[in-house]
Write a protein that binds this ligand. Structure first.
Ligand SMILES: [Zn+2]
Length: 71
């Protein structure tokens, strides 16, 4: 399975399974996944979630909390 990582217009980084058509961002916007520019791909949901977290930290300067296993 391949997961696609992309950004919403609001700046949030999101991911979804390859083949998904749309994804609703927490900002309320429904994104057409096929039309987004893909920033990265990952092979598992776990890797995708981690990549998203890393990218959010880069964007927002590391203010996002970390889970206990990453401390
Ligand atoms: Zn959004």
């Amino acid at each position: 399975m391949t997961y696609l990582i992309y950004r919403c217009d609001c700046g949030r980084v999101l991911y979804s399974k390859e083949g998904s058509k749309t994804k609703k961002c927490t900002c309320g916007k429904t994104l057409n996944v096929r039309k987004r520019r893909i920033l990265k791909i990952a092979e598992t949901a776990d890797l995708a979630a981690r990549a998203v977290q890393d990218m959010q930290e880069e964007i927002y300067g590391g203010t996002i909390f970390k889970t206990a296993d990453q401390l």
